[in-house]
Design a protein around this ligand. Structure first.
Ligand code: GLN
Length: 307
C-alpha cells in the first residue's frame, strides 16, 4: 500500500469539512485554536511514520493521555486498580458527576475525567507529583521516539484555573474514600498530563505497542503483556469517546481515544496506529473532521476490526 498517498487522500477527502465543529472554549489556549487545522499520521510495525497536513504540529494531548497513564498505573498496581475504577461504558458526558454518587465514588471506567483522576491517584501511589509526571514524560519520550516531548505549563496553569469540574470530581471521589493522595496533588498531576504537547506523528508512534500485543515492534521492547494491551484496546473501543463511543465504533470500528483538543488516536491491531487532529468538535466533544477522516480511512483500507 502507498501509505503517503493514503494519508494525502484522506486529507483531501475531508477538505470540504475543514472548519466544521466547535473548538473547546473552557480555556483560552484551546478557544484560540483554528478549526481549519488538520493533521494525520500513521505509524507502522517497523516504526515508519507517514504524515499529511499538520501531522507535525504539537497540541495538548488532553484525554488521550488517559490511555498512557492507564497503562502505567496497571504496571504499578496491576489488577488492584479495578477495586477503584470500573470497566463499563459511562454513556454520559466526560465530566459527569451523577454516576459517581450512584456508584459511591467509583468511576465507571478509566477513560472519563473521574476515572482518569482515580488512575492518576493510583499512579502517584506513594511517590511525589514530580516523580510521577517525570515517569509519564519519560515513557512518552521513549515510546514516541522524541526526546523533546514536554508539558506545556501555560496550558496546565489555565487548566487548573478553569478546573471547577475536575476539582469537584476529585473532592467528591475523595469524600467516598477513593483517593489515597490529597485531591489537589492528584489534580496537579492530572492537569499536567493533559497539557503534554505532542504531534500526531509522536502519538501514533507512542501507541504502537497497543497494536502489537504490548510489544513495540520497531524497537523490540516489551511494554506490557498481550492481555493488558488487549484490555486497554477493549476499553478504548467501549469508552474512548465519552457518550460518543457507540457512534465511533459504528462509524470507524477501531479502538480509539478522543481528546477535547481535537486529537483522536486509533489502534489498528497487527497493522499500526493512526492519529488525527482537528480542533473543531462535535456535540459530544470528539473531533468532527477527525472522525470523518478515520471513517474515510477505514473505507479506503478495510481496517475496521469488524471486518
Ligand atoms: N483537561 C480536560 C479536562 O478534564 C479535558 C480532557 C479531555 O480531553 N476531555 O477538563
Amino acid at each position: 500500500m502507498d501509505y503517503q498517498a493514503l494519508v494525502d487522500d484522506v486529507r483531501s477527502d475531508v477538505h470540504a469539512y475543514r472548519g466544521s465543529g466547535k473548538v473547546a472554549s473552557y480555556i483560552p489556549a484551546l478557544a484560540q485554536s483554528d478549526p481549519h487545522d488538520f493533521g494525520i499520521a500513521i505509524a507502522l510495525a517497523d516504526g515508519t511514520t507517514y504524515i499529511s497536513g499538520d501531522g507535525d504540529t504539537p497540541f495538548s494531548i488532553q484525554s488521550i493521555s488517559y490511555v498512557f497513564s492507564l497503562g502505567l498505573a496497571l504496571h504499578h498496581v496491576k489488577s488492584a486498580l479495578w477495586n477503584h475504577v470500573g470497566r463499563e461504558p459511562a454513556g454520559s458526558p466526560v465530566n459527569s458527576i451523577i454516576q459517581l454518587e450512584i456508584e459511591k465514588g467509583k468511576p465507571r471506567n478509566p477513560l472519563t475525567s473521574s476515572g482518569a483522576l482515580v488512575v492518576c491517584d493510583q499512579l502517584i501511589g506513594k511517590r511525589g507529583i514530580e516523580e510521577t509526571c517525570e515517569e509519564l514524560l519519560a515513557f512518552l519520550r521513549e515510546r514516541g521516539d522524541a526526546a523533546d516531548i514536554a508539558i506545556d505549563e501555560r496550558i496546565a496553569m489555565s487548566e487548573s484555573r478553569a478546573g471547577a469540574f475536575n476539582r469537584s470530581l476529585a473532592h467528591f471521589i475523595a469524600a467516598f474514600g477513593n483517593l489515597r493522595n490529597a485531591p489537589e496533588d492528584v489534580l496537579s498531576v492530572y492537569y499536567r498530563q493533559c497539557s503534554i504537547a505532542m504531534t500526531c506523528r509522536q502519538l501514533a508512534r507512542a501507541a504502537l505497542f497497543l497494536a502489537f500485543d504490548g510489544t513495540d515492534p520497531a524497537k523490540g521492547d516489551v511494554v506490557c503483556t498481550p492481555s493488558r494491551a488487549r484490555r486497554i484496546n477493549a476499553l478504548m473501543l467501549t469508552s474512548g469517546h465519552y457518550d460518543n463511543s457507540g457512534d465511533f465504533a459504528f462509524r470507524v470500528g477501531l479502538p480509539g481515544k478522543s481528546s477535547v483538543s481535537g486529537g483522536i488516536l486509533a489502534i489498528v491491531p497487527r497493522t499500526g496506529v493512526v492519529c488525527v487532529w482537528s480542533p473543531g468538535l462535535n456535540e459530544a466533544g470528539t473531533s468532527l473532521v477527525g472522525a470523518v477522516a478515520l471513517e474515510r480511512l477505514v473505507e479506503r483500507t478495510g481496517w475496521s476490526i469488524f471486518v
